[in-house]
Design a protein around this ligand. Sequence first.
Ligand code: GLU
Length: 416
Amino acid sequence: MAPENGFFQEVLTNLENANKHLNLPAAIYERLRTPRRSLIVSVPVQLDNGTVSFFTGYRVQYDFARGPAKGGIRYHPKVNLDEITALAALMTWKCGVVDLPFGGAKGGVACDPTIMSRDEIKRLTRRYTYEIGIIIGPESDIPAPDVYTDEQVMAWMMDTYSMMKGHSVPGVVTGKPVSIGGSQGRSRATSSGLVTTIMEALKHLGMSVEGLTVSVLGFGKVGFHAAKILSDAGAKVIGVADSKGAIYNPQGLDIDDVAMHKAKIDTVQGYREADNLTVDELISIDSDVLIPAALEGQIHSGNAGRVKAKIIAEGANNPLTIEANSIITEKGIFIIPDILANAGGVVVSYFEWVQDLQRFFWNEEEVDARLNTIMKKAFHEVLSISNEKKIDMRTAAMVLGVKRVAEAVAVRGLYP
Ligand code: GLU
């Protein structure tokens, strides 16, 4: 379900809430409400049956005051300019929250990758990369994976861009395979970072991971790794959902086994050691932590009232609509907001980019340790703002991220 009031409008409302505590000068505030550069491209692709289909692709560079624009590429039938603009704005604040020298961007193609062959996806990726090739690059804008794009898609993007330039440019995308300049630990980085913020929240709330009950909405890369890391740490993942439905076992699920089941039949449903539920039923189940890890607007005014979790950790971007956010905040549920909770992905993307530029690679321990340090620091910075200003965690994260971007915009001044 799309956010009720338009996705970008929701992002602007959150910005407005943050500005009540920042009181930015009017011109800076207006700058931050406006995307810097939006490119819409037509992407012709020859399908396997010989016909040519035209897809619409987007790349929005929301802001790059602090450094190159940064953000993922998604392939999904619902991709549109409003969504990509909203996600690009979220990337801008997210890079601010974890203090990376990046601005924010997002891209995507409106297509249904679930009904396309790998070859069709490859041709789509290559042509889309060529079309946005005029604005991306290691110094200007660096794409990464997002919904329904993966390491292989990044490899095709890197290859296409490199062919255009006549030499290898590994730093043009992150989330690549390690063999062409990817970073150790990138594929589970969003989930590792998410779990770090959950662990800090548990300490803050006087709770323990041992026996903690967890439900995960979305069993893609972020949801799977989060479930796996948490169950390895002693939590009980009692429910998971994907786009087709949910499963539930109060004794806890074997995450690797569920993943094997899903790999066979393309859904978690029907897993033999669990009951089938609808996604809304799983949302209503009593669990300590709820991790929405699929698309925006998963929790909305229609189901937010039923959420019973003590903590919501937002693996997805904007999984709660504005209405859901109010309902859930009202209930006193502790929210770890998206621009903090899922920032681990872009943090390790930053590490990957740095390694590519230096042609000097780190081991997994170094990546994990540095990621952990950044995520803990960001969590506590947001928590302090929330305590000092007596505001919810989302507004506090916005205050931190937006403030950093606003400072860069202000100190650079208006050109000419
Ligand atoms: N798509 C991820 C996100 O929404 C990662 C972006 C990146 O690494 O640039 O944060």
